[in-house]
Design a protein around this ligand. Structure first.
Ligand code: XMP
Length: 511
């Protein structure tokens, strides 16, 4: 397999580099800069990318690659800090930019030498995204200058004989007009990648690896019905079939029909699937509880208790499978704390379950790749394209005390909202949308009578990272249809509100 190695120097766009490479069907991995030469050799990259980073290459504590990396005969592309590293390590000079001189931040008009293979097919001038305080003052011997901007004497440089390329700007960022083309030139023109990495290949390979590793061992998976654990269940069931035990805890805080959907997606497969109907246990733990944090705490703890009981009933387990995905791995220091983190992923795991190892077969995939793998494994689209849903479920979407009656009002209202969003073709446009049963009751008039019922709030947000979010500008006609249907079809609700608050200052969820 053609592989690109991305050596991480702590830049903020590192995940984006990996995304851009994989989008072009070239497999890549982000690895720490502490990787030894032997490890790099074993990885067998056809090309190496040095990422950006917050450090200054000339300071004593600057992260550096193993110097042997320059002797492998493999093409290298250094981005920003990576470009400065090439410079410093190969005999050039990097200097701090004085205020208002070669320091650049933001969109920058840059002129290119189209004769350089990295810039083939590009116009002579276009916009790039710069973000640097240091700059390359003198390029190393053997290199030529291949791009410049008004402020930066060396926007790019290349050494054709060794196939080393440095760019001061960030080709992975969308603001760089021809960034994708530049990466494409590196991958295909320079590294000669085949561009044949597909999810079908990944599936075949990972299933083979899992079989080799698990042998006749037993695997336990806590299945939540979310995308990651569902895809993992399907993958493991193809790999080791009946050696897999899936425990799906239905805590009674799922959306309408969700438990049945998860069950029907898995019951036909050759795996031991167990749905634990623990609704009563959870509801009784939530009785009288109104404080949001207390609700979360109790649901989390009860989940562990139920899972413990199930694990005991299953008996000896060799492997515990977890749906850790690539952003979790990269964010948690490139796997160095994977085991600690994996405990959080399933929503808390009992310590005493005996297992030999943790399996995390999705740890190299991004979320949309996990979805693609799910399709490849034949999971229904309704499961694969599911929006995020908190583990604590509807407990935090029923404001105040959670009761069966309130949950059922909310499930109906939420199902109507989801149905209308899907009919309007807006379900894929919104990052997350749902209904909330507020604790507000108000007076209404229905028929000739007075009503005193609950108000439902509708929430829909646009976001890429869920750290900040904007409320979705949904069409009034859609909101009208949802409102009319909810007050007509859900008895106990007489008012529908649409939430027009962004995050911050609000959060996506209400509790
Ligand atoms: P907030 O409300 O913090 O939500 O703006 C951001 C994203 O996180 C999800 N969320 C959770 N997911 N367990 C989860 O698995 C939780 O306790 C939890 N709380 C919030 C929320 O749905 C949104 O996608």
């Amino acid at each position: 397999m053609n592989k690109i190695l991305i050596i991480d120097f702590g830049g903020q766009y590192n995940q984006l580099i990996a995304r851009r490479v994989r989008e072009q069907h070239v497999y890549c991995e982000v690895r720490p800069h502490t990787m030894t030469l032997e490890e790099i050799r074993r990885f067998q990259p056809i090309g190496i990318i040095f990422t950006g980073g917050p450090h200054s290459v000339y300071l004593p504590d600057a992260p550096k690659p193993d110097p042997g990396v320059f002797t492998l005969g493999v093409p290298i592309l250094g981005i920003c800090y990576g470009c400065q590293l090439l410079t410093q390590e190969l005999g050039g000079t990097v200097t701090p930019a004085r205020e208002d001189s070669a320091r650049e931040y933001g969109k920058t008009q840059t002129s290119f030498d189209p004769a350089c293979p990295l810039f083939h097919g590009l116009p002579e001038s276009s916009v790039t995204w710069m973000s640097h305080g240091d700059y390359v003052a003198r390029i190393p011997e053997g290199f030529c200058l291949t791009a410049r901007s008004a402020a930066c004497p060396t926007a790019a440089m290349s050494d054709e004989s060794r196939r080393f390329y440095g760019v001061q700007f960030h080709p992975e960022v969308n603001h760089t007009e021809y960034g994708l083309e530049i990466l494409h030139n590196f991958l295909f023109g320079i590294c000669r990648a085949a561009g044949d990495w597909t999810m079908a290949d990944f599936k075949r390979r990972v299933i083979g690896e899992l079989r080799g590793r698990i042998q006749d061992g037993r695997v336990l998976l806590a299945l939540s019905g979310g995308v990651d654990s569902s895809v993992l269940a399907a993958l493991l069931s193809e790999a080791v079939g009946h050696q897999l035990n899936c425990v799906f805890v239905d805590h009674g805080l799922l959306r309408k029909n969700e438990g049945d959907e998860v069950e029907s997606a898995f019951s036909g497969r050759k795996l031991a699937f167990r749905r634990v109907n623990a609704q009563t246990r959870f509801l009784s733990r939530l009785k009288g509880v109104t404080e949001p944090e207390e609700k979360r705490h109790r649901v989390g703890e009860e989940f562990i208790r139920v899972f413990e009981d199930e694990a005991k009933a299953i008996g000896k387990v060799d492997y515990l499978a977890q749906g850790t995905i690539y952003p979790d791995v990269i964010e948690s220091g490139l796997g160095q704390s994977a085991v600690i983190k994996s405990h959080h992923n399933v929503g808390g795991l009992p310590d005493h379950v005996e297992f030999r190892e943790i399996l995390e077969p999705l740890r190299l995939l991004f979320k949309d790749e996990v979805r693609q793998l799910g399709r490849e494994l034949g999971l229904p689209e309704s499961l694969v394209s599911r929006q995020p849903f908190p583990g604590v479920g509807l407990a935090i979407r029923v404001i105040g005390e959670v009761t069966e009656e309130k949950l059922s009002l909310l499930r109906e209202a939420d199902a109507i909202f989801r149905d209308e969003m899907a009919r309007a073709g807006l379900d894929r446009m919104s990052s997350q949308y749902f209904a909330v049963l507020t604790n507000l009751r108000s007076v209404g008039v229905m028929g000739d009578g007075r009503s005193y019922d609950y108000a439902v709030a509708l929430r829909s947000v646009q976001t890429s990272d869920f750290m900040t979010a904007d409320w979705s500008r949904l069409p009034y006609e859609l909101l009208d249809r949802v409102s009319v249907r909810i007050v007509n079809e859900v008895h106990g609700v007489n008012r529908v509100l649409y939430d027009v608050t962004s995050k911050p200052p609000a959060t996506v969820e209400y509790e």
